[in-house]
Design a protein around this ligand. Sequence first.
Ligand code: PSV
Ligand code: MN
Length: 379
Amino acid sequence: MADLRAQQLKLLAETFGSERIDEVIERVAMLPVEVPSWGFGRGGTRFAAYDSPGVPTTVEERIAAAGRFRELTGKGRTVALHFPWDGSTPDDIARLAEWLDRAGLAAGSINANLFTPRGVLDHRLRFGSLTSPDDEIRAASVEHNLDCIEIMRTLGADTLVLWLPDGTNSPGQMSLYDQAVRLEAAVSTIYEALDDHHTLLIEYKYFEPGMYATAIPDYARSRELCRQLGTRARVLVDLGHHAPTTNVEQIVAFLLRSGDLGGFHFNDSQYADDDLATGSLHPGQLFRILCNLVEGERRGHSPIDELALMIDQSHNVKDPLAEMIESVENIETAYAKALLVDWDSLHEAQDDCDPTRADALLRDAFLTDVRPILAEARS
Ligand code: PSV
Ligand code: MN
């Protein structure tokens, strides 16, 4: 096997040049990918969540699984955390810090949960959180984000992720103007509470749980909010949050070019927010997204490793640890292939109005077997 890998690498070096292959190996090895604590547990649907032997059920077990993932892949040094799923009291947070430390991990992005009823944030959440007409719910929703910022300080994390489950289910339920005004006021209080080195990433989603008018339905709204807030607020693209047929790579290029792209929640889907292993259904889309990141970096926009490359998945059936490994391998694969694109020839073909050659150049890279590069990067 080792011999075979050496031969395959030699062939790649002969085809692309050994310096280029070494550079790709190095870049794949250095690519930081963040994994979600919730992705190591068993996910469910609105029908049921089925337990399976061996799948973590506690926070401690999920962090241990993240540690195992790190040992196996070398990725996932930072773990995205979700509160209160990963704890709520100071004691919980202290224990969490210990578990992370024991597993050689660090806290990654801190995700505020504005959708699970608890305490003051009770079932009135069905009418929204930051945009609720209920003053007490609005205030408690902001407060939860401020608590998350305190957790960031305790755990040494620097990214707050806001996904807003707010939306209405029927026309007339809430004035769309009131919805926008409340959203902007609340988000600005949260932004003001951040420290200078903190970043706020704002997700958008075109549907769910409100099925009529989602408060942040698309990247335009998310970008508008970020721009109103300031330079430390950026857009987070969750691949499962678009209508089918949306050209996500084009959104990526728009956002990268304008300096508004903060990062990703990688996952894959057949229907919408299925949260399957990224690249498991649409490796071509993942490749094209990475191509646009590579091209953006070549053009002087944000370097890829300065973006928050996070996975957001939930596994209802398959083994979560195995799925997380598949996802990271698919990201690495897409990245290696994007780096192997003959960019100069591609631009030439584009300038020559030769789409057939341009497509062939992309396919040359996409069809290259980069598994020896991944193996080398890992070792
Ligand atoms: C919402 O669909 C979302 O993408 C947000 O990131 C949540 O925090 C996450 O999924 C986990 O359920
Ligand atoms: Mn997400």
